[in-house]
Design a protein around this ligand. Structure first.
Ligand code: SAM
Ligand code: GLN
Length: 274
């Protein structure tokens, strides 16, 4: 392809997005492009490329346009049925890896989405067994693909919160969860692109965003071994309400807080004492 044509694509409305997409969709980087033009973009894929540029330019999250994101250094598939895993959640994975020994325990990732948390944990552990659950079958199809791509073997079950575990009589030693936790009346504070494109099933919860945590806290005896541990990713204004709730339901339990790299409250964790 001639240089004139290449620069036509790149000088279009969004040259920066276009050049990023050329790299992420076709592996053509800027230097190569300057030297050779974009002749490597096959003619039949031009239409697809132009559409991708238009979607990104219209404000769709970049990761949905390319179909992947990076999480803890791994390339993971994402689509419109999954939340795009956040940097804060990488910190949750690192923290759980620091805290939990790899000694053959069973760990559940509840509301796994792309599988980001559970798959990365399983990737690092040799002896522990990680079980992934989500209420969205479509999200679990993505998690399944990610498990295959990462070369990780785990059990993946569909259902609400602990139901897939209780139905199968599975008890676990540790629960990790980043459930939906945004209050419906907080939508005005959200990034418009998140609200418009990410699945609301993954974002919003009743009761000021606390509904699913409370259900899990109430339901611990059905799935968690005595003395088991729990790690919740939480919203930055939720620690006080949630820790009070835990102390009310399980008075011997002492919730603890870990802040994220921005200094915001982010991980609530505890050893469950009944
Ligand atoms: N764990 C992934 C991550 O950290 O990137 C996804 C987190 S996303 C905030 C919450 C996930 O919980 C979504 O995948 C959503 O489908 C799932 N979910 C929502 N309600 C649920 C429920 N009642 N039971 C299980 N999963 C649920
Ligand atoms: N932290 C995400 C956001 O701000 C929301 C994730 C969640 O609800 N668990 O968009």
């Amino acid at each position: 392809m001639k240089e004139a044509e290449a620069s036509l694509i790149l000088s279009d409305r969004e040259p920066r997005i276009a050049s990023l997409l050329l790299e992420d969709l076709f592996g053509i980087d800027r230097t190569y492009l300057m030297l050779h033009g974009d002749k490597e973009v096959p003619r039949e894929r031009r239409g697809m490329f132009e559409k991708a540029v238009a979607r990104a330019a219209a404000g769709e999250p970049y990761q949905y346009v390319t179909g992947f994101c990076w999480f803890c250094g791994y390339k993971m598939k994402v689509d419109e049925n999954t939340l795009i895993p956040r940097n804060e959640t990488e910190e949750l994975v690192e923290f759980v890896l620091q805290q939990e020994p790899d000694d053959g325990r069973t760990v559940a990732d509840i509301g796994t989405g792309t599988g980001a948390i559970g798959l990365l944990l399983q990737k690092h552990w040799h002896k522990n067994r990680v079980v992934l659950t989500d209420v969205s079958l479509r999200a679990l199809e993505v998690a399944e693909d990610n498990a295959g791509a990462l070369g990780v073997s785990t059990e993946i079950f569909c259902g609400s919160l602990f139901e897939p575990l209780t139905e199968r009589g599975i008890t676990v030693d540790c629960i990790v969860s980043n459930p939906p936790y945004i209050a419906y009346d907080e939508k005005g504070e959200m990034d418009a692109s998140v609200y418009r494109h990410e699945p609301h099933l993954a974002l919003f919860a009743d009761d000021s965003g606390l509904a699913l945590y409370k259900q899990m806290i109430d339901g611990l005896p059905a799935v968690l071994a005595k003395g088991g541990t729990v790690y919740f990713e939480i919203g930055w204004r939720q620690y006080t309400a949630l820790s009070s709730y835990i102390k009310k339901v399980w008075p011997k339990t002492r919730p603890q807080l870990k802040k994220d790299m921005n200094g915001q409250d982010r991980i609530l964790f505890f050893r469950w004492e009944d």
